[in-house]
Ligand binder design. Structure first.
Ligand SMILES: NC(=O)c1ccc[n+]([C@@H]2O[C@H](COP(=O)([O-])OP(=O)(O)OC[C@H]3O[C@@H](n4cnc5c(N)ncnc54)[C@H](OP(=O)(O)O)[C@@H]3O)[C@@H](O)[C@H]2O)c1
Length: 263
């Protein structure tokens, strides 16, 4: 199958950067678009661009800006006209870098900023990029043998197991948990809307495991060594899950090992 066009939103560091590294080396892409809010400050992404100048394009995008998302979608539409894979990776635990441990720590500003980046941004990405995803060539995932049930593209919302209401036994982290639970609802809603027509987009939420990035750094000392994944390992697992997706799995929440996580 011919290669596809992928866009990774939140690609300056962590898992977003690693998705870009994986995709440019995978020989599965004809083009990889990496978005981040400060391209000049994203040294590792710029280095990747130097290594793959024809394959990788960096586009400025602050996902907390509605207007910036709209303009980015217009720019990508002019550049490539369609998309086969969109990964929403950017997120914050809390503006302070640490999740709330009790109601005492909760602030309207903290929750608003987390929701803006973790939930509203990815949903507006779906809104403005849906026309490009619906024109995709189905280059990623497993195609159904039934031609009327084939998908044109895949939309990934990077979520977190702590966003599962069923799984929540510890409490705390109000902003992050709420933002991911709401993101999961956005995934489900989007999956329903984008599979109604003859063109279909697979929409899923993914949990990457606990990964050695800036986001988890304040909490890593509590994680057993074998349970803390490198970004490379996590993205290898996640790309396996992505390549195994078919339209009958749309609207679900999967972990790095392909197991389904309850909402
Ligand atoms: N690491 C884990 O253990 C873990 C576990 C479960 C789920 N996840 C999820 O996996 C995804 C990736 O997390 P990570 O560990 O890679 O996090 P990370 O290393 O902290 O990276 C966060 C990324 O989000 C970007 N970002 C933040 N706000 C932004 C904004 N307004 N506009 C554009 N980009 C913005 C950052 O860009 P700047 O460089 O510009 O700040 C950075 O690229 C997230 O959705 C996270 O919730 C991670």
């Amino acid at each position: 199958m011919a290669g596809g066009i992928a866009l990774v939103q939140g690609a300056s560091r962590g898992l977003g950067l690693q998705f870009c590294k994986h995709l440019v080396r995978s020989q599965q892409c004809t083009q990889v678009i990496a978005t981040c809010r400060e391209p000049q400050a994203a040294a590792a992404l710029q280095e990747l661009k130097r290594q793959h100048p024809n394959l990788l394009t960096i586009v400025r995008l602050d996902v907390s800006s509605h207007l910036a998302i709209q303009q980015c979608a217009q720019q990508v539409a002019l550049m490539c006209g369609s998309l086969d894979l969109l990964i929403n990776s950017a997120a914050m635990l809390h503006p302070s870098g640490k999740g709330e441990t009790s109601l005492r720590d909760v602030s309207a500003e903290g929750i608003s900023l987390a929701l803006s980046t973790n939930t509203i941004g990815p949903l507006l990405m779906a809104k403005y990029f849906a026309p490009l995803l619906l024109k995709g060539t189905g280059a990623f995932g497993l195609q159904s043998s039934d031609r009327s049930n084939q998908h044109s593209a895949i939309l990934i919302n990077m979520s977190a197991k702590v966003g599962s209401i069923t799984d929540n036994g510890l409490g705390g982290w109000y902003s992050y948990r709420m933002s991911k639970a709401a993101l999961n609802m956005a995934t489900k809603n989007t999956s329903i809307e984008l599979s109604r027509g003859s063109k279909k987009v697979i929409c899923v939420s993914l949990h990457p495991g606990t990964v050695d990035t800036d986001l988890s750094r304040p909490y890593q000392k509590n994680v057993p060594k074998e349970k803390l994944f490198s970004p490379e390992l996590s993205v290898n697992y996640l790309m396996n899950v992505i390549q195994g997706l078919s339209i009958d799995q749309t609207g679900k929440f999967f972990s790095w090992n392909g197991s389904e996580i309850p909402w």
